[in-house]
Design a protein around this ligand. Structure first.
Ligand code: SF4
Length: 208
């Protein structure tokens, strides 16, 4: 069998990056603004296991088109990959009629932010601090606590976390002049997108 370019795999979402893909980013073939990070502990769908679970380490992925899963490098008119010669490992090994190769590489040698940013003094420390202060295991505990006796304390902690997450992105953009889109890679997706109860907290606050 061979690929019929139906585009189904590209419409299901962009690939995750592995160490082999590092040169694509380092050489500027795929720009940071095209990427986002699923941070350690964030809940995500595991395509091989077939269920949602906290990710064990960073997963760097290509963004999807606005409000859709379709990879931003997929040309829907031509049903073609616009970076075909430089497509990442997962795209090269994926054969929808035989998934054995993708299953073998899927969770191996994942590229993390550390491999790309460790040497950038100042920035890496900020990222580590953000990871510590916006830890997803902690967020899960706080969300759970919203239905318990300490709900007010949990709500305040979550709101402070959301504010910090928003502030650090703004600060880095302001001080370094980078494009705002790059913050999805540096700090993962904004907490305002990934933890939905925010509106609920705000509404509750307004109601007090
Ligand atoms: S990089 Fe290319 S092959 Fe891979 S999902 Fe995106 S459009 Fe498809």
């Amino acid at each position: 069998m061979k690929c019929t370019r139906c585009g189904t795999c590209c419409k299901k979402g962009g690939p995750s990056f592995h160490l082999e893909d590092k040169p694509l980013i380092e050489n500027g073939i795929i720009l940071l603004k095209s990427l986002y990070t699923l941070r350690k502990g964030e809940s995500a769908y595991d395509n091989v296991r077939g269920y949602v679970s906290p990710v064990p380490s960073d997963i760097i992925k290509i963004k999807g088109r606005k409000n859709r899963h379709t990879c931003i490098f997929f040309d829907e008119n031509e049903s073609a990959c616009t970076i075909y010669e430089n497509r990442p490992l997962e795209c090269r090994v994926l054969a929808c009629w035989d998934t054995r190769e993708i299953e073998q590489v899927y969770s191996q040698n994942r590229l993390t932010r550390k491999e790309l940013l460790f040497n950038i003094a100042g920035l890496w420390e900020l990222i580590e601090e953000h990871q510590f202060r916006c830890d997803y295991d902690n967020i899960r505990q706080l969300v759970k606590a919203l239905s318990g006796d300490r709900r007010e304390e949990a709500r305040q902690n979550l709101l402070e976390m959301l504010q910090y997450d928003a502030d650090i992105r703004e600060l880095v953009v302001e001080k370094s002049g980078i494009a705002p889109e790059i913050t999805d890679f540096l700090f993962g997706r904004a907490l305002s997108e990934t933890i939905s109860p925010r509106n609920q907290f705000q509404q509750e606050q307004k109601g007090q």
